[in-house]
Ligand binder design. Structure first.
Ligand SMILES: Cc1ncc(COP(=O)(O)O)c(C=O)c1O
Length: 423
């Protein structure tokens, strides 16, 4: 018996109104945010400094600086690691754009390394081949909450005298070998934007255990003014600076959400586990898997499709879009995340960041190749993936995961109906 897909007029798999939005807001948030609104200071104040302390305590870092975005925190990492004009910084070929554009922000040159298909993270076995005399640092991205292989990355960095920056923007609470991400490399960045496991609307956190790095990052963060953490402002730019501070209202919301983060994480893990149980054995589906020592926070539950087995290798990308459309019609809130690998993005292909070819044609830089043939695994992932966040987040329960699995299985059991979809 065939079941008609919702996109062709059949019944939806996920009941309307079942899935709740992210993040849950309650009286804890209202109380702190309203108190921040009523106080006279609305710029960087007590909520901001407390948020820094509370985040550092939660994550296990000695220092934390609250920023207006994860991208700002990443830029601060570059500066903390002394990356500048002509230096090369290694970064995975698949991530959010600012994992790599943060390198351009400080006039350094990104060098892309392909990913491992299984972990969707930098292929640590390909890092050494990308190291040159100019290499200063490695940016690892714990993508979708799955920690990169920090054991191998730290060993390579030590051998070659390189710094390690953790882009933990998606990975709050994820662990490698029992250690929370953001505490393993030299410094790291978290994001608190709308979709992240801790949402303060927008915002980010720079973290490090190194006081000198903290100082360098703080200088960039606030107009280049800060000389040491104890000195009072004298409104003088001692170095190149940006304005990356955030505000009291945002910090108050972030602090309130932080009190609930452990509960949110436990819910997300339980829901992801249930989804995996329900999807296990589904034809054509490649499920996300933790690997030894890696503990995901399940930020984005990312599936890939086996288009070879499906007979759709030639039109994989287009057919993936049809599958996603069919799943969305079933009420499954799944989507395609980054649809381009990083080196394919125009800013890198055109090699024109600041104009006139800068920073690539700077006298201190060496030529780098962004030939797209080097990143086959990143491209394979890009063409075959679909991911989801909200259905597995609190306050949603494993029941939502069960309905989501039903929708995914229904679509994959009716490929002939997906073939009829017009995009
Ligand atoms: C992996 C990764 N890095 C960096 C960022 C940048 O964070 P933000 O949007 O807070 O600047 C994001 C989020 O958008 C991200 O997912």
């Amino acid at each position: 018996m065939t079941t008609r897909l919702a996109i062709h007029g059949g019944e939806k798999s996920v009941p309307e109104g079942l899935m709740k939005n992210w993040p849950p807001v309650d009286d804890v948030d209202r109380k702190l945010v309203m108190a921040a609104l009523e106080q006279s200071c609305h710029t960087f104040g007590e909520n901001c400094t407390k948020f820094q302390e509370e985040w550092a305590a939660w994550n296990g870092n000695k220092h934390a600086i609250f920023t207006n975005s994860g991208t700002a925190a990443l830029h601060m990492c570059l500066v903390a690691c002394d990356c500048g004009c002509g230096d090369e910084v290694i970064v995975p070929a698949y991530s959010w754009s600012s994992s790599a554009t943060c390198i351009l922000h400080h006039n350094a040159v990104p060098v892309f390394v392909d990913i491992k298909f299984d972990s969707i993270n930098i292929d640590e076995d390909k890092i050494e081949a990308a190291i040159t005399k100019k290499t200063k640092a490695i940016i690892v991205v714990h993508l979708h909450g799955m920690p990169a292989n920090m054991g191998k990355v730290m060993a390579i960095a030590k051998k070659h005298g390189l710094k390690v920056i953790e882009d933990a923007c998606q990975a709050h609470g994820a662990r490698f070998d029992g250690k929370k991400v953001g505490t393993i490399g030299d410094c790291g960045a978290f994001s608190f934007n709308q979709n992240k496991c801790l949402c303060s609307g927008e915002g980010g956190m720079f973290v490090t255990n190194n006081p000198e790095m903290q100082q360098k990052a703080a200088q960039l963060w606030s107009f280049g003014e800060t000389r040491t953490p104890v000195q009072k402002r004298d409104y003088h730019a001692y170095a190149l600076g940006w304005m990356y501070r955030s505000t009291e209202l945002v910090a108050a919301f972030g602090r309130a959400q932080l009190t609930k983060l452990d509960h949110y994480q436990a819910t997300l893990k339980a829901n992801a586990k249930r989804l995996t149980e329900c999807l296990e054995g589904t034809q054509y589906l490649i499920l996300p898997r933790e690997y030894p020592k890696a503990e995901s926070n399940w930020y984005n539950y990312t599936n890939r499709f086996d288009f070879k087995a499906m007979g759709h290798e030639a039109d994989a990308r287009e057919f993936r879009d049809k599958l996603v459309k069919a799943m969305q019609a079933e009420g499954v809130a799944t989507n395609v995340w980054q649809n381009f690998i990083l080196p394919a993005m125009t800013v890198f292909q055109a090699k024109n960041g600041y104009g006139n070819g800068c920073p690539w044609n700077c006298q201190h830089a060496s030529p780098v190749s962004y030939d797209l043939g080097q990143y086959t695994e990143a491209q394979r992932h890009t063409d075959t993936h679909t991911g989801m966040t909200t259905p597995l987040r609190a306050p949603n329960s494993p029941v939502v995961a069960e309905y989501v699995a039903k929708g995914i299985r229904k679509v994959l059991a009716n490929i002939d109906q997906v073939e009829k979809i017009v995009l």
